[in-house]
Design a protein around this ligand. Structure first.
Ligand code: NOJ
Length: 763
């Protein structure tokens, strides 16, 4: 008799009954295996597979074991150690068909070692750095028994009021798509079945970053052309890179919630894009169909979601409560349920869980004694990646880098805040393991140097905001308020500044201010910190701002008053060291912002790749009857792709290999990049394309290529890009991707604003 021990190291009693009874061993053949298993499942067991349970949230731990053994659960999230996950898997394997569950978690920018937030990773424009962050996250998370991450988050946003701007990779479809692809491959590794691979659940499908007014969970209304051209490409890139799962967004799209959107989940995702993995709802999203008002009751919500193609419900009881009855009543065909279950079982198969349900959980004897042990962290990699994520926005009179023998006043509520270094969605990151700027600067300063520290201000004095941010953590508040008066704190900081050669002010937002459900109507640095900055400015000492925040803030005051501005986003476990490396010149900054910095909220949306207009404003010409505002110049304060270095670079005008590009051929664009300064350093050469005349209005420019180049002082290098028809394509009125014949501009620059141009014709 040919039997098969499915689960490797574990006991023969765990062999699937179907196979133990003598059926052929089919584990090597995914579809036969899944079909055989499906045939043996009751409707109740099938529905169980469609439930993703939030531990502690919708399910107390005590009840979970019972549900697992009853075969009522497909996967769980929020338990993050092998020790916690092992008994849950054992309980699942006591179910009739012994189907393993998978374990998911929000591993968004690191797991135990925290890397910079999405905006920071994107600022590196370095796919090796992005891959390092993703791979290490997968290694650490899988070593904790996790199988799936709810990442990458690839929502394009053009509205920094949205708190989740922090999680994403910025405003540009090309850059975000590159990162999406890189992240999926890094998480999933060589093969999903490997013990150190994590399945990626790309989110939030789709268009979540376009919520109206930047207010979280608000509606999304968008033309199909804009969707396809600007917002959908990153999800597509993740799917093409093999993402095993897609998380469905909470928002509506042109009136239809994503969770009940058959066009989105079936026509686009499965039929057009060929996605064959598992779709998962966002937290409680099926129940929210009632609140959206597209379902009259829970039964209808469950029917709409499953019919639309939503396979698994996350932390939502409606599938469990209604699907069986809906099938009985003939309102949901059994084939629909079967298809959803097939996707779930397929994901588990791909993760290697049928071969060994303990593939990532391992054996108890190998469990780490301390899950937070220092030895489990990847500090060096975190520091290297974080250094690349820092964007130097201003550096007047070369105030940076600082001298290690200087007397430095380090002030500001973020200078020594461990928790804020982590940024939002920091998974299993531990605040006390982060290096703050204060610790790092103290360590870096030479024996002649001196660090004078004063907090200077609370992050905010807005009582309501502080209460909101501390809501989940009353016992261990995230935002700790210094009880001293604002005047007293400022006076202390000013006194330190007066004794110092230079001031470094670490200001910005608490990490919770740029998070889910943390939208703002203002992009200002909170008033408490502004008061501090103005007082510091009065001292006349050089003022260096180190910004920590999860969205582009309004930096008009900073631009006019600070001597240097370093945007550090939230830079992770080793953030303090990385920032100190840049402040003291041990690392030459090379980050470029992946998002435009608007001058004010009134200017939003501000994005570089906006469509052309009939009455554009032209710099230096009267504004009458052109598209502009009274109060402020057009365009952002700092454009997309902008960031300074301690050295200087020159870029030659672009040279083209031909003036005409014939279809099917390629055209080479080359430029000479030279490091004309005195330090070694890196910059990013950016290639933009503009279609001069087309059947639909086209953007003023679109990023189509970039190269991060490191050059020694005085060194130069030819940088080459290939252009083919593919780079010239857009979605036309029929949503066909076409490259229309005619003239195109090639624009090359070190940011999106200052570019040099050449033209060619597509024939
Ligand atoms: C809700 C968030 O929108 C999503 O990004 C996250 O993955 C889930 N909660 C699970 O934590």
């Amino acid at each position: 008799m040919k039997t098969l021990c499915l689960f490797g190291l574990i006991a023969a009693s765990l062999v699937l009954p179907a196979l133990a009874a003598g059926e052929p061993a089919v584990l090597h053949d995914k579809s036969v295996f899944v079909e055989q298993l499906l045939k043996r499942m009751t409707l109740q067991e099938k529905i169980g597979q469609l439930r993703l349970i939030s531990i502690g949230g919708d399910m107390p731990k005590e009840r979970l074991a019972e549900e697992l053994t009853a075969g009522n659960v497909g996967g769980t999230f929020n338990s993050v150690t092998r020790h916690d996950n092992r008994p849950l898997q054992e309980a699942a394997l006591r179910s009739r068909l012994q189907i393993p569950i998978f374990f998911a978690y929000d591993v968004v920018h690191g797991h135990r070692t925290i890397f910079p937030i999405g905006l920071g990773l994107a600022s590196s424009w370095d796919m090796r750095a992005v891959a390092t962050a993703g791979r290490i996250a997968a290694i650490e998370a899988s070593a904790d028994g996790l199988d799936m991450t709810f990442a990458p988050m690839v929502d394009i946003t053009r509205d920094p009021r949205w708190g989740r701007t922090s999680e994403g990779f910025g405003e540009d479809p090309y850059l975000v798509s590159e990162i999406a692809r890189t992240m999926v491959k890094a998480y999933q590794g060589e093969s999903l079945g490997n013990a150190d691979s994590l399945m990626a659940s790309v989110k939030h499908f789709a268009l979540y970053g376009a919520v109206e007014g930047g207010r979280d969970y608000n509606v999304v209304d968008m033309s199909p052309q804009r969707m396809h051209q600007d917002y959908l490409p990153p999800y597509r890139a993740a799917v093409d890179a093999g993402a095993g799962s897609v998380m469905v967004a909470l928002n509506t799209i042109n009136g239809v919630p994503a969770s009940a959107n058959r066009w989105l989940l079936r026509d686009l995702l499965r039929d057009d894009w060929g996605f064959s993995g598992v779709t998962i709802s966002d937290h409680g999203a099926i129940t929210e169909l009632l609140r959206h008002g597209v379902a009259a009751d829970g039964r209808e919500a469950a029917r709409l979601a499953i019919a639309a193609g939503l396979d698994m419900s996350m932390a939502d009881s409606l599938y469990g409560e209604h699907l069986a009855e809906l099938v009985g009543a003939g309102e949901v065909p059994m084939q629909t349920i079967d298809q959803a279950v097939r996707e779930v079982l397929g994901a588990k198969y791909d993760l290697g869980l049928f071969h060994d349900p303990f593939r990532r959980i391992g054996q108890a004897s190998d469990d780490p004694h301390d899950v937070n042990a220092e030895s489990r962290l990847h500090r060096q990699a975190a520091r290297e990646v974080a250094r690349q994520s820092l964007v130097l926005l201003e550096n007047q009179n070369q105030v940076l880098p600082l001298d290690k023998s200087a007397r430095i006043a380090l002030v500001g509520p973020l200078a020594d805040s461990h928790i804020d270094m982590l940024g939002s969605w920091s998974a299993a990151g531990v605040a006390s393991q982060t290096v703050t700027l204060r610790q790092a600067m103290q360590q870096a300063l030479g024996t002649d140097g001196q660090l004078l520290h004063a907090r200077g201000a609370n992050i905010t004095n807005d009582k309501q905001m502080v209460e909101y941010l501390n809501f989940l953590n009353w016992d261990n508040p995230e935002v700790v308020q210094d009880p001293r008066s604002a005047e007293e704190m400022i006076a202390e900081a000013v006194a330190a500044a007066e004794r110092a050669d230079v001031i470094v002010a670490a200001v910005g937002e608490s990490r919770g201010m740029s998070h889910e459900s943390s939208s703002r109507t203002s992009l200002q640095i909170p008033a408490s910190q502004q008061a501090l900055l103005r007082a510091l400015k009065e001292t006349g000492k050089p003022l260096v701002l180190v910004l920590m925040n999860g969205r582009p803030l309004n930096l008009t005051w900073a631009q006019g008053n600070a001597d240097a501005v370093l945007e550090t986003w939230f830079s992770g476990t080793e953030g303090g060291h990385a920032i100190a490396d840049v402040l003291f010149g041990d690392f030459n900054p090379s980050g470029k912002s992946p998002i435009s910095f608007p001058r004010s909220v009134g200017q939003i949306p501000t994005y570089y790749n906006h469509p052309r207009l009939g009455r554009p404003f032209t710099e230096g010409k009267p504004g009458n009857y052109t598209s502009q505002y009274f109060e402020e110049p057009n365009g952002p304060l700092y454009p997309f792709g902008y960031g300074l270095s301690y050295t200087e670079f020159s870029l030659s005008p672009p040279r083209l290999s031909a003036e005409v590009l014939s279809r099917g051929q390629r055209l080479e664009v080359s430029v000479t990049l030279k490091n004309t300064g005195e330090r070694d350093g890196a910059t990013v050469v950016q290639l933009y394309i503009h279609d001069e005349a087309a059947s639909l209005v086209r953007s003023v420019k679109e990023l189509k290529g970039f190269r991060k180049v490191w050059l020694k002082a005085g060194e130069e290098q030819q940088v080459r890009f290939d252009i083919s028809e593919d780079e010239l394509k857009f979605f036309d009125a029929q949503l066909e991707q076409v490259a229309e014949a005619g003239m195109f501009e090639v624009q090359v620059g070190l940011d999106s604003r200052s570019v040099q141009t050449q033209r060619f014709e597509l024939r």
